[in-house]
Write a protein that binds this ligand. Structure first.
Ligand SMILES: C[S@@+](CC[C@H](N)C(=O)[O-])C[C@H]1O[C@@H](n2cnc3c(N)ncnc32)[C@H](O)[C@@H]1O
Length: 225
C-alpha cells in the first residue's frame, strides 16, 4: 500500500513510524509519506487558513491550499485513489471500513486543523469523509493515526503472527462479535482464578467456550452494557 497523510504537523508521525507493525508493513513494501500543506501552499508566508465567510470564531483551512497539496502529489491523475477527509461528521470508522481501506493499493488521509476544512474539499476533492468517533479532537493527526494503525496491521506481514489478525474482535471468524477474554500466568492471583476450561486441554471445548464468551460480549454491546 502507498499511504499518504496530508498534515500541517508531519513531525507528529515520527513516533508512529517507530511502531513495530508499521515498520513491518514498510519492510513488506508499503510506503508511507507525510505531506505538509505548507510546503505547497500557493499563498505567501506559508498561509493555509482564512477567516470563515459568514463570520464566527476560528480559522478554516482553504480549499486552494488543499487542492495545491493534492496537485503537487498527484497532478490531475487521482482516479481510483481513495482520498479520505478526517472529520468528526464523517462515516464512523469501524473494522469493516478498516478492512475495506486495507484492500486499497493507494490511500490518502487528509488531516484538518482549526475550525476544520472548507466544505468544497469534501464536496469536490475527496472520495470519503471519515470520523473516528463522536467527539472533537484538535486536529486530524490522531484520527489519521487511528485509521492508519487499524489499516496497516491488516496488511500481510504487519503483525508478527498472522493468526493474530484472523480471530480478533469484529472479525468474520468471530461472526463480527468482540473477542473473547484472554488469561495468562499466574493461574491464581489475589484469589482471582482463571476459567478452569482453559487448562483442560480439551481444544474443542475451549473453542466453544471462547465462541460463547464472544457472542455474550456482542449481545451485551448491543444492550449497551
Ligand atoms: C477542531 S477539529 C474541527 C471541528 C469542527 N469545527 C466541528 O465542530 O466539527 C479540527 C480537525 O480535527 C479533525 N478531527 C477532529 N475530531 C475528529 C474526529 N472525531 N474524527 C476525525 N477527525 C477529527 C478533523 O480533521 C478536523 O478538521
Amino acid at each position: 500500500m502507498r499511504l499518504d497523510i496530508f498534515t500541517l504537523f508531519p513531525q507528529w508521525f515520527e513516533w508512529f513510524e517507530t511502531q513495530r507493525h508499521v515498520r513491518n508493513a514498510i519492510a513488506g513494501g508499503s510506503e508511507l509519506r507525510y505531506l505538509d500543506y505548507r510546503a505547497t501552499t500557493p499563498l505567501s508566508a506559508g498561509q493555509v487558513d482564512d477567516s470563515p465567510y459568514g463570520g464566527g470564531a476560528g480559522m478554516v483551512m482553504r480549499v486552494d491550499v488543499v487542492d495545491a497539496a493534492l496537485q503537487a502529489a498527484y497532478g490531475d491523475n487521482r482516479s481510483g485513489r481513495r482520498i479520505v477527509l478526517m472529520t468528526p461528521s464523517g462515516r464512523p470508522f469501524d473494522e469493516e471500513l478498516a478492512s475495506e481501506l486495507a484492500r486499497e493499493p493507494d490511500l490518502t488521509l487528509l488531516c484538518g486543523r482549526y475550525e476544520g476544512v472548507d466544505e468544497r474539499v469534501r464536496e469536490h476533492l475527496v472520495t470519503d469523509a471519515v470520523s473516528i468517533g463522536r467527539y472533537v479532537l484538535s486536529g486530524g493527526e490522531l484520527a489519521a493515526m487511528v485509521v492508519a494503525d487499524a489499516v496497516l496491521r491488516k496488511l500481510p506481514g504487519a503483525l508478527g503472527h498472522a493468526d493474530s489478525a484472523m480471530e480478533e474482535s469484529f472479525s468474520a471468524a468471530l461472526e463480527g462479535h468482540p473477542e473473547y477474554p484472554h488469561y495468562t500466568r499466574p493461574p491464581t492471583y489475589r484469589g482471582w482464578d482463571i476459567p478452569e476450561i482453559l487448562v483442560s486441554g480439551d481444544h474443542e471445548r475451549v473453542r466453544e467456550w471462547r465462541r460463547e464468551r464472544s457472542r455474550e460480549r456482542g449481545a451485551s454491546d448491543r444492550e449497551g452494557a
